[in-house]
Write a protein that binds this ligand. Structure first.
Ligand SMILES: O=C1O[C@H](COP(=O)(O)O)[C@@H](O)[C@H](O)[C@H]1O
Length: 243
């Protein structure tokens, strides 16, 4: 983050989500005007809930032109309480008129195998999205930030950080004792726009670390290995803290 994109700090969570909602609408309108579609990859976790609820309350979006993807997923069935898809469905997707065939969950069925599900998602993205040098291009990828510096499901010390040959991969995360599926760093690098959103005092320590950059001998964290010149950070003042 030290030299990784524009940073917008909003006074509180409410203004953070209002601002990001308006920005997303603007980006959606621009994508639809230019290409007829808006391909958005959603983040999971807790942070985006209020953003999705705000989006769901809009009545002015061209929902039939939106196409929904996911930046990462927990390896659980789609109706599981930990599923990022379920969170997005409950807060956003079941409240808006996006045609169901334009919503692309990473794990659509209860029976799946992580590496096969990741390969299927990579194939689906490549078949549906515009390509640049063979890489699928998402219009916007929303990203969160974990306290350990993970973003999407790119966790520190996991091999997925070195994957260069596919837009989506599965990774076992020893710290969680669980598999995750995630967009890879090259997939993020090819997106038209990345938007990180972090809210609350619980994010201030990791943001302080990201603003400082890695100390000598320290490895860069996953969030700072994301390399895309079109990266923006949206924070509330509590997350920004004293950073
Ligand atoms: O595990 C995950 O964590 C990050 C951050 O989540 P948050 O609850 O701290 O907002 C999230 O961006 C990612 O999509 C999710 O799977």
């Amino acid at each position: 983050m030290k030299s990784n994109g524009d940073c917008h700090v909003l006074p509180d969570a409410e203004q953070l989500y209002v601002t990001v909602t308006e920005h997303l609408l603007h980006l959606a309108d621009a994508a639809i005007a230019a290409r007829g579609r808006f391909h958005l990859a959603l983040a999971g976790g807790n942070t985006p809930r209020r953003l999705y609820e705000r989006l769901a309350a809009l009545d002015s979006a061209d929902w039939d032109r939106w196409e929904i993807w996911f930046g990462d997923e927990r390896c659980v069935p789609p109706d599981h309480p930990d599923s990022n898809y379920r969170m997005a469905r409950e807060t956003l997707l079941e409240h808006v008129a996006i045609p169901p065939e334009q919503v692309h969950p990473i794990i659509p069925h209860a029976r799946f195998e992580p590496e096969a599900a990741a390969a299927d998602y990579a194939d689906t993205m490549s078949a549906h999205l515009p390509l640049r040098a063979g890489w699928p291009i998402l219009d916007v990828v929303l990203l969160g930030l974990g306290p350990d510096g993970h973003t999407a499901s790119l966790f520190p010390g996991t091999g997925i950080l070195d994957v260069q040959d596919t837009p989506v991969a599965a990774a076992y995360v020893p710290r969680l004792g669980a598999w995750r599926i995630s967009l890879t760093l090259p997939a993020l690098a090819h997106a038209r726009q990345l938007i990180f959103v972090a809210e609350g005092a619980g994010k201030s320590e990791i943001l302080t670390r990201l603003l400082r950059g890695p100390a000598a001998g320290e490895s860069p964290l996953p969030a700072e290995r994301v390399s895309n010149p079109h990266t923006e950070w949206y924070l509330d003042a509590a997350a920004r803290g004293s950073a």
